[in-house]
Design a protein around this ligand. Sequence first.
Ligand code: ADP
Ligand code: TZD
Ligand code: MG
Length: 580
Amino acid sequence: MSAQAQTIEAKTDEGAAPELTDGFHLVIDALKLNDINTIYNVPGIPITDLGRYMQAEGMRVLSFRHEQHAGYAAAIAGFLTKKPGVCLTVSAPGFLNGLTALAHATTNCYPMILISGSSEREIVDLQQGDYEEMDQLAVAKTLCKAAYRVLHPEDIGIGIARAIRAAVSGRPGGVYLDLPAKLLGGVMEAEAGAKSLVKVIDPAPAQIPSAESVARALEVLKGAKRPLIILGKGAAYAQADDDIKALVEKSGIPYLPMSMAKGLLPDDHPQSAGPARSLVLKESDVVLLIGARLNWLLSHGKGKQWGTAPKKFIHIDIEPREMDSNVEIVAPLVGDIGSCVSALLDGMGKNWTPPPAEWTNTVKEKKDGNIAKMAPRLQNNNVPMDFHGALGALKRVIAERPEAILVNEGANTLDFARSIIDMYKPRKRLDVGTWGVMGIGMGQAIAAAVETGHPVLAVEGDSAFGFSGMEVETICRYNLPICVVVFNNGGIYRGTDVNPTGGSDVAPTVFVKGARYDKMMEAFGGVGVQASSPDELYRAACEAMDSGKPTLINAVIDEQAGTESGRIGNLNPQSVVSKK
Ligand code: ADP
Ligand code: TZD
Ligand code: MG
């Protein structure tokens, strides 16, 4: 128990006064003991004092305007640090607001703990109508990796240890921890309290792949004529950066980064096949997946995108059940990415034969061709801006500041930025993840700035930004080095839809014309800029990134520039009755 921890004096019959502690301080001591020092929170009954005492005990407590954004901040903090990010909320409505982020963390394999205060158990269970009554544990269970409730102060240490271990071990994910109001005020002797705390030893132990699985994988890789490596965000999470780079380079195999694995090797690396994506998916014969699932983002490993050439998949993942989830995996490599990659490197020996030049040259030609085609479009200085002109400017901003973190959401704004803006370092690109969630923007930007201290560029569709826009006050309040660029095309996908009835309501995808999002930042003392051309955008973004002042640039984009749903319009169901 820490020296400053608040204790309560209690008189006993003998007149001795054993030092007491309480639930509040046991929670704080348990978190600190496990090196968890940052909390993303929204205050209220019953956790207001918990936040206050946390701050008093030297923890960083960042208060948000809505729990969902505190939750997205905690989730991405988990991704960035490999420690569970913690979101703290009040009961029922606050808990539910945080739950979206908890489910998102679980879906994306980010370690996170949602701690919510809850109401009087006896009343909740008899459904007698308590303040913010809800059986939160039951609700949370289906939406996260594990859910626990602590009822007695002496179990707080174990409860928090279980939550931490569940979040980070194996496949990481979201954990719910329910802390009833009565528990926080509960009292026990300080000495026994200190003894009840648990320091989690080796919370995410290495999981070594079997020697047979390594040998099998190498055998398949050796037989490949047109091999491909796909790096997913699990590879970025694993923080095995040097070994992953060594594996790619030693093997000589072209690699494709999934969006949040961009920068694991710099996007301008000669082996990057990013700009030849369609070709390598179609033509490859052996695919080594490292921390990437064969889910919808990879068309489930089959169908048109994957071409007709027979494929063999080698799959590295910590979760055994991920193997054969969509297609047969001929060489499953179950273990943690660090251990698996280093075992492959060892097994490759000194004389590894790189893939046939015919293959690597084909990939290079396609890639060079595509880059050359794109280049002039990125240099256009059109007014109003199109996505290429605006993103060409921001591409330079990041290239000149490779340490900066890019947060990105939207539809066209997301899809174009993903392919246009090169990343140069690991874990610098944070986006909408597996679900394609709108609303991660400000929460992720805040956590990225808080956890890393690096400047953040948040490139946001105007719709996407709206989901978390109020958190610009949070950005200003903590004076964070975040530059938000709102790609203002006046709507969802485009600003051009019209109401076919001629009625006075605008079409469902359209927003207020000529909106000035920059004024929102000014309202809280930050810098607001209106940018109409790529040059203006470039200058304003550079200034913001270098000054570190909270800034919002309203980038005026041609309202006709986007396409329906960006790159995934094919997922929209079609009506046979009405045609778009
Ligand atoms: P992407 O969306 O980038 O393709 P996914 O989220 O689909 O990536 O896949 C990430 C995968 O990485 C998950 O299947 C997860 O189990 C796995 N993973 C996460 N951390 C590790 C790790 N340390 N070792 C091995 N696999 C991991
Ligand atoms: N709600 C949530 C939480 N996530 C979603 N993905 C959506 C709704 C649906 N949706 C998308 O998939 S993209 C998008 C929505 C509402 C916004 C696209 O508009 P934008 O981007 O302004 O952010 P562009 O640049 O105009 O395409
Ligand atoms: Mg838009």
